[in-house]
Design a protein around this ligand. Structure first.
Ligand SMILES: CC(C)(COP(=O)(O)OP(=O)(O)OC[C@H]1O[C@@H](n2cnc3c(N)ncnc32)[C@H](O)[C@@H]1OP(=O)(O)O)[C@@H](O)C(=O)NCCC(=O)NCCS
Length: 201
């Protein structure tokens, strides 16, 4: 089973190449410490709607530096999608291997017993010009493969998905995530909990 320390030591173990649905060559790889400025630029370029849906609403450079500083220090794994030609980061994919008490309680109420040994949290954000073309669907098998190599059998949404984000909900549902329930966040917004059983292969 792959560990976060091993990934930080050998990031190429998770690196792969793919082509976006509209033919742009992309690289899928772990976030690197040297990505902070490039990632900050990508976050800054997000539309207000994408920022709201993904929760990146503060200082982009600080957020990007924090994500880079977290490499191999916590329970988090971040991967990026990068355009091969321009080296622009066009996707951020985030795993957390820890499960907060609030999530455990909500899922238990729905009859699902989460376990850090087998379950992880996941979220993703694509650059606006790469949304709505099937890219996130194309990349999901790579996401599941990473989760499998980390020893996981299920993926839950990190922080849920906002109930007024129909594209994301459609994306998750068409790719096998099922609705578990809904909850109201501290900001009064309603989100849905969703879970995916990873195909064991
Ligand atoms: C959500 C997100 C990751 C999905 O990635 P994507 O590559 O755009 O998704 P896909 O194109 O694979 O699938 C989107 C589906 O939603 C559909 N869709 C698009 N807009 C929609 C809308 N307003 N209402 C309902 N469905 C919609 C698309 O038609 C497609 O379904 P289809 O293949 O059956 O036609 C991406 O759009 C994104 O990064 N959005 C901004 C950040 C965000 O919302 N992150 C998720 C936080 S939980």
């Amino acid at each position: 089973m792959l560990t976060l320390a091993q990934i930080a030591e050998d990031p190429d173990s998770l690196r792969s190449r793919l082509e976006s649905p509209d033919g742009v060559p992309l690289v899928f790889r772990p976030l690197a410490r040297t990505d902070a400025e490039s990632l900050a630029g990508s976050l800054a370029a997000l539309s207000p709607e994408s920022r709201r849906f993904s929760g990146f609403d503060g200082d982009d450079l600080a957020a990007a530096q924090e994500l880079c500083a977290a490499i191999a220090r916590y329970d988090k794994l971040r991967l990026v999608l990068e355009e091969e030609a321009s080296a622009r980061i066009v996707g951020l994919l985030e795993f957390s291997l820890s499960l907060p008490d609030g999530d455990l309680v909500r899922y238990r109420r729905a009859g699902i017993h989460l376990d850090e040994a087998t379950d992880c949290r996941f979220g993703l954000t694509l650059a606006d010009d790469h949304q709505g073309k099937g890219l996130a669907t194309l990349v999901l098998p790579l996401v599941c493969e990473v989760a499998r190599r980390l020893g996981k059998r299920r993926i839950i949404l990190w922080g849920g998905v906002l109930a007024d984000n129909p594209r994301a909900i459609r994306y998750y549902e068409k790719n096998g995530f099922r609705r578990v329930g809904s909850f109201t966040g501290p900001d009064g917004q309603t989100s849905l909990d969703m879970i995916l059983d990873i195909d064991p292969r």
